[in-house]
Write a protein that binds this ligand. Structure first.
Ligand SMILES: [Zn+2]
Length: 478
């Protein structure tokens, strides 16, 4: 009787979860965020978009389960060897993991035992528990973070333009862009319409979560060997301080096991919009393309108030699993599926920049747009694919391109500069003079001197390495 009731209840819960599971997958932060943050409108939207069979199937299943667990006799298994064998099979992995990692107290032993039994009901509960815990702690951390505001004194604010847009691309090597000489013309807009094409920006780190904090917030160096990001002194908090209206539009994850540092910076924006509630790659993020940010940009520009604006657009762009990122068909054939997709994702980002500028012009904005990527990638699998790799220079060589409403003739700058402290360069570009002595703050764009001995950071610690000493990974398709 106990197991009839127990399993009956769980089968009914599973039937009720079916529509959510279909769209969001097993319990994860996206589900928790949706439950915790959804307003009435979003809920009715979700329900009204649900196909009619997602109402009937759970109902039918529930009826079926109730009858099944009430009427049907449960089979009795009395073969002891079979029971021992099945239990052994279930416990093999958790015991192996406990032996491997040796948790040091009773509750963590129990926890790692339960969380490693691949049993659906347990997995469901643990999924809810873990993502709930992550959601709550990370939300608290974000609130704690934004209590600390910008601490760099501002000397003056004289923005030349009304609207500033920072487009942060994803995983783009500059040598895969025609704007930097790549032989396939996958960035025709940037190549012809950019006001400045800067060749030589070196990203601070080889992955998103460690690179972006250093690109858009202040870095603190301790004796040239280590670096840390001073998250409160970021471009958004500085813009807030300078009385800009700040917006963060993101097609990356809002909250997840790796989405920690960038959302903490984004939390400073006065207005934010995420296409994905959980992880960048979760089930609910399927089919979410960067163009989803454009209607939101429309909404912002439509308002047309007089305050200067900073709009940050964080793209999923050319993230690994290139073919999956594509919204449209593959546009280039390099005789190599993954690389053809990669080159095409860069074209889609170029199109997105073109559409962004189109919107700015439609609303007659006086604008300046900057585009850079968070990091590059390196070849793997005999040049059949590209992956995050901290060992190669090309993992750090990223595009850095400006577009202006002034439409002055295009200029090219060939100087190597570091992505560390780029926040000063960006502040200066926005007309915000900070009380900081640095080449990026003291000089106009064209007068910034080339830098020697550029360093980059590892992805798993804060240790610095000499960029010049890294291996080279040339583009074989060029
Ligand atoms: Zn990235």
């Amino acid at each position: 009787t106990f197991f009839r009731v127990f399993f009956g209840i769980w089968f009914v819960i599973a039937a009720l979860y079916l529509p959510v599971g279909f769209y969001y997958g097993s319990p994860n932060v996206a589900v928790i965020s949706a439950v915790a943050e959804t307003d009435f409108d979003e809920m009715t939207e979700f329900c009204s978009q649900l196909p009619i069979y997602f109402y009937f199937i759970p109902l039918l299943l529930i009826l079926f389960f109730i009858i099944l667990f009430k009427k049907f006799p449960f089979p009795k298994i009395s073969n002891r060897y079979l029971i021992i064998f099945v239990l052994g099979l279930c416990c093999y992995k958790p015991i192996k993991i406990i032996a491997q990692y040796q948790p040091n107290n009773f509750s963590s032993i129990i926890y790692s035992f339960l969380s490693n039994i691949k049993y659906p009901i347990l997995e469901f509960c643990i999924g809810f528990y873990e993502s709930g815990k992550l959601y709550i702690t990370e939300k608290q951390q974000q609130l704690k973070q934004i209590e600390q505001t910008n601490s760099i004194p501002i000397i003056s604010v004289n923005p030349k333009h009304k609207t500033y847009v920072i487009i942060i691309g994803e995983s783009v090597r500059k040598d895969y862009m025609s704007a930097y000489g790549f032989k396939y013309d996958n960035t025709p807009f940037a190549r012809t319409q950019a006001s400045v094409i800067w060749d030589g920006l070196i990203a601070p780190a080889p992955n998103t979560q460690s690179s972006i904090p250093h690109l858009i917030s202040q870095s603190i160096f301790s004796n040239d060997k280590e670096v840390s990001a001073q998250l409160n002194n970021n471009i958004v908090s500085i813009a807030n301080d300078a009385e800009f209206e700040t917006y963060w539009l993101s097609n990356q994850g809002k909250l997840g096991t790796i989405e920690i540092t960038v959302p903490r910076i984004a939390a400073y924006a006065k207005h934010s919009f995420y296409t994905k509630k959980g992880e960048y790659n979760g089930k609910s993020s399927k089919g979410k393309h960067d163009t989803l940010l454009l209607p939101e940009l429309d909404n912002i520009l439509l308002k047309g108030d007089n305050k200067p604006k900073l709009i940050v657009m964080h793209l999923i762009g050319s993230h690994s699993n290139f073919c999956k990122r594509l919204e449209f068909k593959v546009q280039f054939d390099l005789n190599n599926k993954n690389i053809s997709c990669y080159v095409s994702t860069i074209k889609e980002t170029d199109d997105l920049i073109a559409q962004t500028i189109d919107k700015l012009e439609k609303y007659k904005q006086d604008y300046s747009v900057v585009y850079f990527a968070d990091h590059g990638l390196a070849h793997t699998d005999q040049h059949n694919d590209l992956r995050h790799n901290s060992d190669y220079q090309e993992s750090y060589r990223v595009p850095f391109i400006f577009f202006d409403s002034d439409k002055s003739p295009q200029q090219k700058i060939n100087k190597q500069i570091s992505g560390f402290q780029l926040v000063y360069l960006l502040s200066n570009w926005m007309g915000i003079k900070l009380d900081i002595k640095h080449d990026y703050m003291q000089n106009d764009l064209f007068l910034i001197p080339e830098q020697q001995n550029i360093k980059v950071k590892d992805w798993n610690n804060n240790k610095l390495h000499q960029f010049n000493k890294l291996k080279k990974d040339p583009n074989p398709f060029n």
